[in-house]
Design a protein around this ligand. Structure first.
Ligand code: OGA
Ligand code: MN
Length: 220
């Protein structure tokens, strides 16, 4: 166990059960204060101090059509890599969530990938889905953890979660510090409205095992 993980308050198993139950009932969950405060603070400090070149303009899908990307999203991202104390503590927490969800919902979640995201003032992410039926991403469940102290409604940057028919907004999520949103990747189109302040989040995806013929998942 690394230094950070050993100082974290263990998360009550009820938290994972509550998240799983909400997903089972509604397909999504939005919860505050479920991630340990010490972990939130370490993630926030880490993200704020990432060197400028670590965050790069985000792409859409596997093809890198930067012309198109500019219309779709304008955030900058950086993958969390295992091996660093802060990333390991976060990935360890998500591993507990993975096990909890599999126990309650039998989704067969196999692994998890996540990136830090920074939305500079004016940045947005137009309405999209994180996965499509029959697609090759194997993404089943999306997570977004928000890391914005003292966020105000007038700062913008809300995430709108739509019903599957794409017309009805089922949730408007302010990106408040420590708030966690989890939703079925195929079922909920969503968008990030333009932000007026720098907006930080960690977006991640639980995936099922897409191995074919002994080959584990295509590289991202
Ligand atoms: C994404 C995403 C939402 C957010 O990265 O796919 O939809 O609120 N992020 O940051
Ligand atoms: Mn998304």
């Amino acid at each position: 166990m690394n230094a950070l993980a050993s100082t974290l308050e263990p998360t009550d198993g009820d938290v994972f059960e509550r998240i799983a139950q909400a997903i089972g009932r509604h397909g999504y969950a939005v919860m505050d204060a479920v991630v340990p405060p010490a972990l939130l603070d370490s993630l926030f400090v880490h993200l704020c101090n990432l060197p400028g070149e670590a965050l790069t303009r985000a792409g859409v899908g596997r093809e890198d059509d930067h012309q198109l990307n500019r219309f779709v999203r304008s955030d900058e991202t950086c993958w969390l890599e295992p091996g660093e104390a802060v990333a390991d503590a976060f990935l360890g927490w998500m591993e507990q969530l993975r096990l909890g969800i599999n126990r309650w919902l039998f989704l067969g979640l196999f692994d998890y990938e996540a990136h830090y995201a920074r939305y500079s003032p004016g940045a947005f992410y137009r309405r999209h889905r994180d996965a499509f039926a029959g697609g090759d991403s194997n993404r089943v469940l999306s997570t977004v953890l928000y890391l914005n102290p003292s966020w105000m409604p007038e700062d913008g940057g809300e995430m709108l979660l739509y019903a599957d028919d794409e017309l009805r907004i089922v949730e408007r999520v302010q990106p408040l510090y420590g708030r966690l949103a989890v939703f079925l990747s195929e079922d909920f189109p969503h968008e990030v409205l333009p932000t007026r302040r720098t907006r930080y989040s960690i977006a991640g995806w639980f995936r099922v095992n897409g191995s074919l013929g002994g080959q584990i998942d295509p590289p991202r």
